[in-house]
Design a protein around this ligand. Structure first.
Ligand code: NAG
Length: 155
């Protein structure tokens, strides 16, 4: 590929993402392009999901390690209290990650689970832990009983 053409192609690929602003109250992550808003409140999964829906958004989806790390930094900066964990828009119905399905219907490939997770005995919902050694690792949780923050994402 010639140099000028590759520059042109790069500009073409990057321009649409950079040009479209996130909705008011959402922040675009520079590294991943995701538009996110963290709701810092103890929410059950269904309340978290309803909250995101009311903002025209969905509960966070994570597709790769770069997103996992970038979102972790965003959450750490956004959360004000002691609880900096956050829900994923993910359900896992068995103790195998092959049973996991993203709520937005996207393909499940990247797996950020902590050792021994997912564990459907703990529940079918999943949150990202954000404390100490296990920060950024994913854990199963009971959808209605566990209450934590949510990061809403707009496409
Ligand atoms: C799954 O969770 C249950 C309930 O806490 C626990 O008894 C079991 O040991 C866990 N399984 C694994 C593989 O960690």
């Amino acid at each position: 590929m010639s140099f000028p053409f590759s520059i042109f192609l790069l500009a073409f690929l990057l321009a649409p993402v950079a040009a479209i602003p996130c909705p008011t109250g959402f922040t675009r992550l520079v590294t991943t392009g995701q538009c996110l808003k963290m709701i810092v409140a103890p929410l059950s999964y269904s309340d978290a999901s309803a909250k995101c829906k009311s903002l025209g958004a969905k509960v966070l989806t994570i597709q790769n390690a770069i997103q996992n790390n970038a979102v972790l930094s965003f959450a750490t900066a956004s959360a004000t209290g002691n609880d900096k964990d956050y829900w994923l828009g993910l359900q896992c119905t068995t103790a195998s990650s092959s049973s996991c399905n993203w709520a937005d219907g996207s393909k499940f490939s990247f797996d950020g689970f902590a050792e021994g997770q997912p564990n459907n005995s703990l529940g079918t919902c999943v949150f990202v832990g954000n404390r100490g050694q296990t920060a950024g690792q994913w854990f199963s949780a009971e959808c209605g009983l566990v209450k934590t923050n949510v990061i809403c994402e707009v496409n």
